[in-house]
Design a protein around this ligand. Structure first.
Ligand SMILES: Nc1ncnc2c1ncn2[C@@H]1O[C@H](COP(=O)(O)OP(=O)(O)OP(=O)(O)O)[C@@H](O)[C@H]1O
Ligand SMILES: [Mg+2]
Length: 433
């Protein structure tokens, strides 16, 4: 109640509730009572550390348990307050932590800006959204908690999974990727957990599964939303207890693996629809990391295009018009589509430069406006001509949409037929397809 005036306040009655809350939204500051029903506050501190959560934690403690507060500080609590406390004093501490946290964020952002950070491992990007992703990767790489990477197809989920491994203390150990969507459901269990000789038709040799192969390292379960119900149960147990059995064996195997998962489905929605187990969802979505679609971070397009060009055709250049088209396009296939478009245009272009005509048609024809703007910025076209071209483009579009009927077009765009005719004459617009 005291803090409602300062911002959104969420209350959790025990450790598990708190963990669910932080999976849904990251708090800026946490007030933690050490004595709660069930698991203690000290355990929650550990869970937070495993998740790489940075929110400062203020521990509330009774005067006779100050030693517990000291223990809490050792485990990463930012501060403590002894009960009974003055409401104003608590408010001040919370404010102080919030300010400190904001300052730290600002320092990180400025550092990234000064360093003009544009890359983390193989991941390229300079948008604020991607820099945020970089910082999150670095932070959670050191933690052990299971990560769920989400994002539309082609946004770089697999790259991110690898980057998490590469920045973790497990980097020297194996990174094993399993595409759950590409393995037939009757084989997935033995793929993950292995099988004994003769466990099923075709199992002519004993074989270790991917969990064992990843021992000491990271197991990346891609397209986890595609897993069938039967395997979901087995996976849940493996995640909970870190033990499992090979198919056809009763001997338990224990491994030490960090799990990273990815999906382009809305897993929470799949849970609601009954396609994905809720308990498994909470196991895999401990640390959620979502990748923004490319259309929401257009600042990255030019950088990515140049990145792929350097890799695929180092001595070739994009014209401003081509760049404009790339920046104006909607990219339903995200970065993968951009990579393919560059590859395509390298094959199409004859000389040193890649022009708009060399791009895949859907892309070359889009973003006319952006392309025009780019040419204007580069001084390739004057103001008058740029504006005329804009006008021509949108008038043609409106005319085409109205079957080149001038009266209909004029009323659709809210000008008189006479003005439309004058503009068409001036700009030399006539029906030509
Ligand atoms: N930020 C980025 N910087 C450089 N390359 C990228 C970036 N994002 C994606 N790519 C490249 O785009 C392609 C697709 O990336 P990735 O396979 O990681 O996507 P995904 O999200 O796993 O897609 P899907 O859901 O279809 O499996 C890869 O070739 C990858 O190298
Ligand atoms: Mg993928």
């Amino acid at each position: 109640m005291l803090l409602k005036s300062e911002g959104d306040v969420t209350v959790a009655g025990n450790v598990d509730e708190a963990l669910r809350e932080v999976a849904l939204s990251t708090p800026d500051v946490v007030l933690l009572d050490l004595v709660m029903p069930g698991r203690s506050g000290l355990e929650l501190l550990q869970e937070f550390a495993d998740r790489g959560l940075r929110a400062p934690i203020i521990v509330l403690t009774a005067t006779n348990t100050v030693s517990a507060a000291v223990e809490a500080m050792k485990r990463g609590a930012a501060d403590f307050v002894t009960k009974p406390f003055e409401l104003e004093a608590l408010k001040l501490k919370v404010r102080d932590k919030l300010e400190k946290r904001e300052l730290e964020d600002e320092v990180e952002r400025l550092r990234d800006e000064i360093e003009e950070r544009q890359q983390l491992g193989a991941i390229v990007g300079r948008s604020e959204a991607m820099r945020d992703v970089f910082r999150t990767i670095e932070r959670i790489a050191k933690a052990e908690a299971t990560v769920l990477v989400t994002g539309e197809s082609g946004t770089g989920k697999e790259l991110v999974a690898r980057a998490i491994h590469d920045h973790s203390p497990r980097a020297e150990k194996p990174f094993i990727a399993v595409n759950c969507g590409a393995i037939p459901s009757e084989l997935i269990e033995s793929e993950l957990f292995g099988h004994e000789k003769g466990a099923f038709t075709g199992a002519s040799e004993r074989r270790a599964g991917r969990f064992e192969a990843a021992d000491g390292g990271t197991l990346f379960l891609d397209e986890i939303g595609e897993l069938g119900q039967a395997v979901q149960v087995k996976l849940l147990r493996a995640l909970q207890e870190r033990t499992f059995e090979r198919v056809g064996s009763s001997q338990s195997i224990t491994v030490d693996v960090r799990i990273v998962t990815a999906t382009n489905r809305d897993l929470a929605e799949e849970v609601k629809n009954g396609n994905f187990r809720e308990d498994l969802y909470y196991r895999v979505a401990v640390v959620p990391l979502s990748l923004p679609p490319l259309r929401d971070r257009r600042e990255d397009i030019r950088l990515l295009a140049q990145h792929f060009l350097e890799r695929l055709g180092p001595d070739r250049k994009l014209t401003p018009a081509a760049l404009g088209s790339l920046e104006g396009y909607g990219w339903p296939g995200n970065v993968r589509e951009l990579e393919n478009a560059i590859e395509y245009s390298l094959a199409m272009a004859e000389g040193e430069t890649i022009d708009r005509e060399d791009l895949p048609p859907a892309i070359g024809h889009s973003g006319q406006a952006e392309a025009l703007r780019e040419q204007w910025r580069q001084g390739e076209r004057g103001f008058e001509e740029t504006v005329n071209r804009f006008e021509t483009d949108i008038l043609r579009e409106a005319l085409a949409a109205n079957g080149w009927n001038q009266t209909k077009t004029a009323s659709a765009i809210g000008i008189t037929r006479r003005v439309l005719k004058l503009k068409m004459d001036k700009l030399g617009i006539e029906e030509s397809g």
